[in-house]
Ligand binder design. Structure first.
Ligand code: SAM
Length: 191
């Protein structure tokens, strides 16, 4: 048995190039591609976190287009994935949807080790995969947009997943969030 694992794509609070906390815009491709990964690996939910009503309405329109429009009939596989998308106004709303912050574990992702000094343990994927087996609180796994998750959000997590990187140092590991999500879910839940 595997613990419940939800993913959340965070558009606020995220960092800008200078490290300030900002809100990023919805990207259509992220809505689709993370939904497909979430559906493939058996995640319970895919939360798209955005504080602006009009941006969540955009996500709703994409969702409705695929669930009720002709595209969903034409490409049912995509419809099934898009059905997982849940736009929410805040990260707290995502936690509430799985029972509240105290009732879940929050794991964060970043290309660099950014929680060192914040008292958040970094766990490698072998350990994280083992932790997901058996009983335990639901896990909400956070992915960032823009320049990544804001420092305060990283510091509020229960654990940080080790950055994804090549076995041989390449000096580069800045993945798109779509690639990072697919790789992380495959390492955590893949066959
Ligand atoms: N606009 C960008 C895009 O095209 O996706 C957004 C970049 S955003 C910083 C990428 C997010 O993907 C990070 O916040 C993190 O969640 C994840 N990510 C990227 N590279 C990663 C890595 N090497 N290890 C773990 N997570 C990574």
């Amino acid at each position: 048995m595997t613990r419940r694992l939800a993913i959340a794509l965070v558009h606020y609070p995220v960092r800008d190039a200078e490290g300030a906390s900002v809100t990023s815009a919805i990207t259509n491709l992220d809505v689709h591609d993370l939904a497909r990964s979430a559906r493939t690996y058996g995640c319970s939910d895919y939360f798209v976190v955005h504080p602006i009503d009009a941006q969540r309405e955009l996500v709703d329109r994409i969702r409705t287009h695929w669930l009720e429009g002709s595209s969903g009939r034409r490409i049912p596989d995509r419809k099934e994935a898009i059905a997982m998308v849940r736009p929410v106004p805040s990260i707290e709303a995502a936690y509430d949807a799985v029972g509240g912050r105290a009732a879940c574990e929050v794991w964060v992702t970043a290309a660099k080790r950014r929680t060192d000094g914040a008292g958040v343990p970094t766990i490698d994927f072998t350990e994280a995969r083992a932790r997901l087996r058996g009983d335990g609180k639901p896990v909400v796994l956070l992915f960032g947009t823009a320049w990544g998750l804001a420092d305060a959000l990283l510091a509020s997590a229960d654990a940080a997943l080790a950055p994804i990187a090549a076995a041989e140092a390449t000096g580069y590991n800045h993945l798109s969030v779509r690639a990072a999500c697919a790789i992380a879910l495959d390492r955590l839940l893949g066959a």
